[in-house]
Design a protein around this ligand. Sequence first.
Ligand code: ADP
Ligand code: MG
Length: 518
Amino acid sequence: MTSTADEDVVTTSAPVLEVAGVTKRFPGTVALDDVSFSLRRGEVHALVGENGAGKSTLIKVLTGVYRPDEGEIRHLGAPVGFRRPIDAQRAGISTIYQEVNLVPLMSIASNVFLGREPRTRAGLVDWAKLNADARELLKGYGIEADVRRPLHTLGVGAQQMVALARAVSTDAGVVVMDEPTSSLEPREVDTLFEVLARLHAEGIAVIYVSHRLDELYRVCDSVTVLRDGKVVHSGPLKPLPRIELVSMMLGREIRQIRAEGVTAFGEEHHAEREPLLRAENLSGGHKLHDVSVSVRPGEVVGLAGLLGSGRSETARALVGAFPLDGGTVLVAGKPLKRGRIAAAMRAGIALLAEDRKADGIIPNLSVRENIVLAALPSLSTLGFVNRAKQDRVVKTFMDRLRIKAASPEQKVSELSGGNQQKVLLARWLATGPKILLLDEPTRGIDVGAKAEVQALIDELAREGLAVLLISSELEELLDGADRVVVLRDGSVAGELTGEAITEDNVLAAIAAGGDDGH
Ligand code: ADP
Ligand code: MG
């Protein structure tokens, strides 16, 4: 994948797949806006962009899940109109989604040959041949398990390998992978990369969606960067400096490129105070590696990084909601029992999780009920809810956060996104936390509510709360944080304080590292 001889092949052969001027609209959104790019035989093509950039939509258009509103897709030079995923599959375009789309109760071998089982002369499924072929094929994918066992007995990573084996063995000319390594163990990642090298040698083209820069530079030949549904760059990957790639993904201009490997510099604002929250060497699976971070009372510490860099996992680990293999979380110097959410709450840590729909708001309950939920134990006496006390708390926070609702009894689902987010914030503030972890607190809310939430975060910190702020919006961190810790691929890549918290420095820390020379 890296030799220059190969690059000649890549640039001179005709495209297997072309996307020409494709536009795809959803109500209120242009998910793809005049997107064009082409994929050549044997190339591993990275598709990158932040959340909502249009990557999944593009894949779905390519594989017949969606029809483009405008533009066309050409396969081996000829326009195609896939109506269903099976059409794309028949044309040799196979997709491996994050969620494996196989049949868990069927045997591993049957999953590989589903719909194209070898037959005996009598027309029956030739099980002996099917199992033997599957065994032989899967060996190349690092799977040595008994292929007659049901698929679900394999780990998620191994199941993904089976999906890949299936895809490749259907004479695929193009394999599309949407974040393939996010559920793989390190050993499986190595196997996947070996498989990619083999696909490359066989002339199979791969579209590879991932946020892990190290990985991209290791396995990809070219890259297409999407932002807000538009292609902002398409070309060879290796000559492209990481910082340029990152700034294109995030939509930032680089005014001045700093040397890579930014580490702690700048003055320490809160150095005089002991950290209230300290996490030491948090490690969990392949998502977190030795992450250490601390927050002092009155300090807002920002966590920066690309999607998948381990920001949310870190926040969840701090409240015991992400399984750790190693590391310690200390509050006021006292270690917390690992994996105990209740213990973290008792110690005064509150987490406002990223996805308020899945992880927070209970749509059928009232504003009042949603607010008091987490604080209920302290608002009850001998198991009976003290309604007067409850109403006081609800009123206090509705006023303070300026929650716009007809009354506390209004269903929370009837409020705007911004007000729902404030309700969630109120829920956690009502528990009287000393440490507040905020994961994307302003995502998806309107500008007015956003400014209010940002001002509130400031105010809470001034009152002495220790705040950890995760945000994908650089401005929010640049404006709101006293210190910024940058994560990359599950590790701390740098830390910036005071004057050193600049856009360029954060980008440089996100982009630095690796052994590809950038
Ligand atoms: P990515 O995979 O890069 O995160 P997506 O392709 O999922 O981005 O989304 C691109 C944009 O299209 C987003 O604004 C998203 O909200 C919107 N979108 C995606 N799928 C749908 C859908 N089925 N209905 C409405 N909007 C959608
Ligand atoms: Mg996606």
